[in-house]
Unconditional design. Structure first.
Lengths: 640, 486
């Protein structure tokens, strides 16, 4: 009973925050602290509920879960979906991340949006997002998950296009929405396939079924899971649907941190981990996921090498890190992928917020070429960002090290993995170290290239406090998941894996301890080398760079133009569709459909005009209708 | 002999009757100096709440038949009773805002509305056709006066007179039907009639005549084609709150009676009668929708829309009459509730915009109001979408259940006609939305101030959305109450 109330409050708190800010708080800048306070409070209450639920969960024994059914929602011809929520080890961690990181970002936004003319609108969207995200992770059936899935998509669209007066930003929002629709269609098809084959969409029923692994492409499980994976590529920005995420940086930076780094974009991973028992039964799908993940990790990291917008670099980095997570779940290391989801939420949210702090301090300058030497001007931002950098490049003992390394080791050793996948991962890690160091170098180190007219200032406490908390988490967040090989030396257990042990069925790794240590050594050494190289190039001797760029002009152009993916999509897909719909509109719609409907309306309206004469206010006539009605009825009945 | 315990079942009606008298009694006792309208409203609402509590108390126990079968208190009666009390409550709020804005006396309205509700409560529980008739007359007589109380002098009096003349005519027909049924079966008790219905439908023409007259009498009140012609005139002329009351409360009880007849298989003995009813249902919805397209006056439009909806509900009744399955019956009850709530909401919005000096608004007067009054605009749009049967509103779920039940029992043609008609209706419902949001405001239309109409609007809108998203709390009781009938 208490748990029911806790779950209800957990969900309803952000929803009421959305309603209060959306309906009652006036849209003007003077109310920014009020609106932000309400939203942060709503999110904080949610966090407390999530914390209590999580603690309750740890006190319950193994295989524990808190299940609450509020309402019977749909019950049509065997298709059953309740409004029911489930807190289990997987969703328990998710709600902690969502509400915890979410609350920090809400707090941060109070400072960040202090100059915005429509703060109430912003915070109401942010709360609505939180609500939908919680529905997504807590929903006990695929349909409810889909409701949240669509809801977060909507909020993402609204927030990317939050400054919709700028057509470019509005277009970015639209792009995100349209690309996500493609993925969503895949998700829906997957949902239907699962219902068709297993006659249920409820997780707790599905998890009790046994799925026999099937080979090839055309088995029902494989097709269903592939469709679901298409949904995941849309939401989690994987090849080929990753194009929307870099553009999504048009939204306010806290949005990028919350939605496009820490939570929403991980929904695809979450969905696969949630349905891991189905996915393992489709080795072909798993292969596809691993390959797509590895390819995305490598591909996006390479684009990140030469971007100049601080948020774009982080965006490609996010795409790349999401690729790692997919690589992890694709080789059957669900808990490793999920672990990386968590650590990434910490350090990437931190880096986005740090970038936001820089942008705020630089008065909306996002080009890293116009920064430099910010270390002294923004010390808190610098030192916290440093932690994020150390974590993402995989410095030993930082959170990113444990999670990324676990994924790489599994890619190497799992029966579903291969040396090639591992190589791709390592290459991606090397590039990550390079572009992240480049970002640090251009932003914080070296000489200042800041325009003299810009007065750089450190951000207020509401913004730096979340940074500090996340910086600590970026360091220690990984300590819950120290791999056995290392942990056994210090006598530390892998808490994270044990926690998920009963809900997630990892594919066992094969391989010796020596292999594990040496692969780890190789990737760390290569990353360190790459970071040093970037440091040398961008801090020590930046004069070499123009020469290098001239020598590799073709390659550089190709990469800095993002391999012309957007242009290709427009040429191959968008333009033909626009052409075709123009033609259909001009010929089919105007000439055939419109004319037919006009004809129909004319007929109906004509009939109506005549029929209304029947009712002319004459009482005797009305009485006659009644009598005729009775007489006609009787004559019909008695004539037969 | 009626016992004291049996009298307990009369509590809801007794409470309402007593409370209906309190305001006018005070008025008389204090020498025509009546309590303020607000106090009167509070007294009457308190009465409704008490009566509702009594109904719910009864609903806890098992079904009861009291007074030697004259009154039945089963789950369906309870379900409809709660519907009636909610409708009456909303009507009181609407009436209050209409009366109060002109500084008129409210005590008479309260008396008449609550008395009418007493008649309705009697009808839903009637186990005997004579009791039905008594309830029908209590309800109707109060309504005749209420319609004439409208401020729109000429139209209102004309409407009252028309409704009175035709209503008496219909009552006479109904009574004649009862007499014939009594003549052929030797009883007016529904249970006795039901046992003989199958045999008599085949052998006795008088029995069939009785049934047809009964249906004609009921058909008049629910405005079934061709007994519908009074509807637009009366709805237009009556005070808006009373139009809402008639469009919802009266139809709810009359259809409940019809549903009772249907569930007892009194209607289904004669196959041809079912054919006739199907034809009438289709004609009703088609006529209602096509004529509504040509209406400019919003109240006439809603009147025709209510005619069309009577056709949809008839589909549910027909399926119930011929099946042993409770789906259709539950769908009908649920749809009645949804229909009542969305119609009251729509009339409430009309009530707010209705200006004293200009009387009824035409659809074009709503131009641009969606932006000028966002809350009212959203509410009105919600009601229109619900009436048109578009998700996520209750109107969609209601239609879905009815047509699904029809298809399940093989009435595919009926379902197709229903869906085509829903399509037709979208034309005029959306026309209102077009005026609300896509046309310019032609001249100043100010909504009346005051909380009461707005309360009704917000409450009905919330209900409609809840019914559209989570229909179970409303559908399951309907299902249970119908399952008890079979």
């Amino acid at each position: 009973m208490t748990n029911d109330i806790l779950i209800a409050v957990l969900l309803l708190s952000p929803l009421s925050g959305f309603l209060i800010n959306g309906v009652f708080v006036k849209q003007n800048n003077r109310h920014s602290v009020l609106a932000g306070g309400i939203a942060t409070l709503a999110s904080g209450i949610s966090f407390l509920c999530a914390l209590v639920l999580f603690l309750t969960l740890t006190h319950q024994g193994e295989e524990s879960a808190i299940h609450t059914a509020f309402l019977h929602w749909l019950n049509v011809g065997g298709f059953k979906a309740d409004i029911a929520f489930n807190v289990d080890p997987i969703s328990g961690i998710m709600i902690l991340i969502i509400t915890g990181v979410g609350s920090l970002i809400h707090l941060y936004s109070v400072g960040y949006m202090s100059h915005d003319p429509k703060p109430a609108k912003f915070f109401s969207y942010l709360n609505l997002f939180l609500f939908n995200m919680l529905v997504l992770v807590l929903g006990d059936n695929l349909l409810l998950m889909f409701v949240g899935w669509e809801g977060v998509g909507l909020c993402s669209y609204l927030l990317i296009g939050f400054w919709y007066e700028d057509p470019e930003k509005a277009a970015a929002g639209m792009k995100a929405f349209v690309v996500n629709r493609i993925g969503d269609a895949g998700f829906l098809l997957g949902l239907f396939m699962i219902f068709l084959n297993f006659h249920s969409v409820e997780f707790h029923e599905l998890s009790k079924m046994t799925f026999t692994p099937e080979a090839g492409f055309w088995g029902p499980i494989t097709i269903a899971t592939l469709c679901l994976f298409i949904g995941a590529t849309g939401k989690s920005a994987q090849i080929p649907l990753f194009v929307w995420l870099p553009d999504a940086m048009a939204g306010p930076t806290p949005v990028s941190a919350l939605i496009h780094a820490a939570t929403m974009v991980t929904a695809g991973i979450y969905m696969i981990v949630r349905l891991n028992f189905i996915f393992v039964a489709a080795p072909t799908t798993m292969g596809v996921i691993a390959v797509v993940g590895a390819a995305t990790a490598l591909f996006a990291a390479s684009i990140g090498l030469f971007q100049n917008d601080i948020k774009k670099i982080l965006a490609y980095s996010t795409v790349s890190q999401l690729g790692y997570m997919f690589l992890g779940v694709g080789v059957g290391a669900f808990s490793a992928g999920f672990f990386h989801l968590m650590t990434h939420a910490f350090f990437k949210a931190l880096m986005f917020l740090g970038a936001g702090s820089v942008i705020h301090g630089m008065h909306h300058e996002q080009d890293v070429r116009k920064m430099g030497g910010l270390r002294k001007k923004m010390p808190v931002t610098y030192y916290t960002f440093l932690m994020g950098w150390l974590a993402i490049i995989g410095t030993p003992m930082f959170s990113g090290f444990f999670s990324k390394d676990e994924i790489l080791w599994r890619a190497y050793s799992s029966p579903l993995g291969s040396k090639t996948l591992w190589l791709c991962g390592v290459a991606g890690a090397v590039m990550t170290a390079f572009y992240m160091t480049r970002l640090m170098a251009l932003t914080f180190w070296g000489e200042s290239r800041v325009d003299k007219s810009v007065k750089v200032h450190e951000s207020p406490l509401t913004m730096t406090l979340p940074l500090m908390v996340l910086a600590v988490l970026s360091l220690v967040g990984g300590w819950v998941g120290i791999p056995h090989t290392m942990g056994s030396i210090a006598g530390v257990p892998n808490i994270f894996e044990e926690w998920l042990h009963h809900s997630v069925h990892d594919v066992e790794a094969l391989g010796s301890v020596i292999e594990e240590w040496s692969t780890m050594g190789i990737s760390v050494a290569l990353a360190a080398l790459s970071a040093t190289l970037a440091y040398t190039l961008y801090v020590r001797s930046p004069e070499i760079i123009p020469g290098l760029m001239a020598r590799f002009r073709v390659l550089h152009n190709l990469i800095s133009n993002k391999y012309y993916v957007d242009e290709a999509y427009f040429k191959i897909i968008v333009d033909p569709i626009v052409m075709m719909s123009r033609g259909l509109w001009a010929y089919l719609d105007v000439r055939v459909v419109d004319r037919t409907t006009y004809l129909l309306t004319d007929v109906v309206r004509g009939t109506g005009a005549n029929l209304r004469l029947m009712v002319n206010g004459n009482v005797q006539q009305y009485a006659v209708y009644i009598v005729f009605g009775i007489i006609l009825t009787l004559s019909f009945l008695f004539m037969r | 002999m009626p016992t004291l315990a049996e009298s307990f079942f009369l509590l809801p009606m007794t409470i309402l009757a007593i409370f209906s008298c309190i305001p006018i009694t005070i008025k008389v006792m204090r020498g025509n100096y009546e309590p303020s309208n607000q106090q009167t409203l509070m007294i009457s609402v308190f009465g409704i709440i008490l009566s509702g509590a009594a109904v719910i108390l009864q609903g806890q126990g098992a079904s009861q038949t009291v007074f030697s079968g004259a009154l039945i208190f089963d789950k369906m009666a309870i379900y409809s009773d709660i519907g009636i009390l909610i409708i009456s409550g909303f009507t009181l709020f609407l009436s209050y805002s209409g009366v109060n804005s002109k500084g008129e006396s409210f005590a008479e309205h309260v008396f008449l509305i609550l008395m009418s509700a007493v008649g309705m409560l009697t009808m839903t529980s009637a186990g005997d056709l004579i009791v039905s008739f008594v309830g029908l007359e209590i309800m109707s007589v109060a309504l005749y006066v209420l319609i004439g109380l409208g401020h729109e002098q000429q139209l209102s009096k004309e409407a009252a007179f028309k409704y009175f003349i035709l209503g008496s005519f219909a009552s006479a027909i109904f009574l004649y039907g009862v007499a014939l049924l009594f003549g052929t079966t030797g009883s007016t008790a529904l249970s006795t009639i039901a046992t003989q219905a199958v045999v008599l439908s085949a052998t006795s023409r008088l029995f069939t005549l009785g049934i047809v007259l009964l249906i004609a009498g009921i058909g008049f009140k629910v405005s079934l084609f061709p007994f519908h012609a009074w509807t637009p005139d009366v709805y237009q002329g009556a005070p808006t709150s009373i139009s809402a009351f008639m469009a919802t409360g009266v139809k709810l009880v009359m259809f409940t009676l019809l549903l009772r007849l249907a569930s007892l298989h009194i209607l289904s003995g004669n196959g041809s009668l079912i054919v006739v009813l199907q034809v009438l249902a289709v004609l009703t919805m088609t006529f209602g929708n096509i004529t509504a397209i040509m209406q400019d006056n919003i109240k006439r439009l809603l009147a025709y829309s209510s005619i069309a909806h009577a056709g949809y509900i008839m589909v549910g009744i027909i399926v119930t009459a011929t099946t042993r399955n409770s789906d259709a019956g539950a769908a009908t009850l649920f749809y009645l509730l949804v229909y009542s709530v969305m119609n009251i909401g729509a009339f409430a919005v009309v009530n707010v915009f209705e200006k004293a000096e200009r009387g009824n608004l035409s659809v074009s007067d709503y131009g641009g109001l969606g932006f000028a009054y966002p809350m009212l605009g959203v509410a009105f749009s919600t009601f229109m979408l619900s009436l048109a049967g578009i998700p996520p509103t209750g109107g969609f779920i209601g239609k879905f259940y009815i047509f699904a039940a029809a298809i399940k029992d093989g009435y595919i043609a009926l379902a197709i006609f229903g869906v085509i008609n829903s399509l037709l209706s979208v034309y005029y419902y959306l026309r209102v939305l077009i005026y609300l949001y896509m046309k310019e405001q032609e001249y100043e239309v100010c909504p009346t101030k005051g909380f009461s109409s707005r309360f009704v609007i917000v409450a009905t809108m919330a209900l409609i959305l809840i019914m559209g998203i989570a229909s179970t709390p409303f559908y399951e009781p309907a299902m249970k109450s119908v399952m008890a009938l079979f």
